[in-house]
Design a protein around this ligand. Sequence first.
Ligand code: SF4
Length: 328
Amino acid sequence: MTKKKRIVSGMRPTGALHLGNYHGALKNWINMQDDYDCFFFVADWHALTSDYENPSYIKEFSRKMMIDWLGAGLSPEKSTLFIQSHIPQHAELFLLLSMITPVPWLERNPTYKEQIAELQNKDLSTFGFLGYPILQAADIIIYKAEGVPVGVDQSPHIEITREIARRFNYLYKPVFPEPATILTESAKILGTDRRKMSKSYDNAIFLSDPPEAIRKKVATMITDPQRIKKSDPGDPDVCNVYAFHQMYSSPNLTEAVNRECRTAAIGCVECKKKMAESLIEGLAPIREATEYYHAHPQIVDDIIDRGNKAAAAQAGQTLDEVRAALKI
Ligand code: SF4
């Protein structure tokens, strides 16, 4: 049997996950579990890079996110699931890598400039924020990852990680593989108001939302903006509700909605009701599983503990090699 390739990926703790998180990344992780040796972590130190003024939510959000991961189908039997801050070796490697990373590499990081411009209500002129790609590199190469699953927009980060690994290998000893970018497809999910789905826009449908909350949210969804009256024919191709039908409804229902929308044979209120029921049914197994984990905190503690131990063992081995390469 050939050895599975190792991949590493993390997610900042945002608390309960919404459908945008699920379709954007988590579903890909779940699908990769059988084919790769997966290390998935809650990136709680990364949350500090922009939220250092208010870290009180991080612990609770980390746990909630881990429960949603488990409920959605990440399996501790298949993947190593852990919390970044429980593995202090990441911090040691971050420190050592920061000694060899030129500052201009960090300053040219496109996300750095974008975020500074976007988050003007936060003072991001900190070393932690500038240096987060080094922490990210440490997170990845400490497990000797051969690949990192990312969307197209994140590939510059992996490029910096490769450059840092290459520089270390060149200066001291070849300890690290250069991780490849594994580009993953992800469905673009819009929020109920047709903007990007985000907790901060208050337009998100969460994986753990109870049926009544889903019905209410779906009822407020913006549809084809050109369709004013029920007698106006609609265009499902521009309608967010239809995009959800395509993901959650049966092919028969989806096809019927498409046809009946174009001929004004179905109204948006009825169409949304049907979609809400499909969504509720589709999310039921996840909701039931997350409820189970919320009701059994000890099981969650054990899973996290096991994952942390496995990750720390691997990280410790790599750091032994790093210290030997540096001769310190
Ligand atoms: S009938 Fe359905 S698909 Fe057509 S515009 Fe209304 S909500 Fe969208």
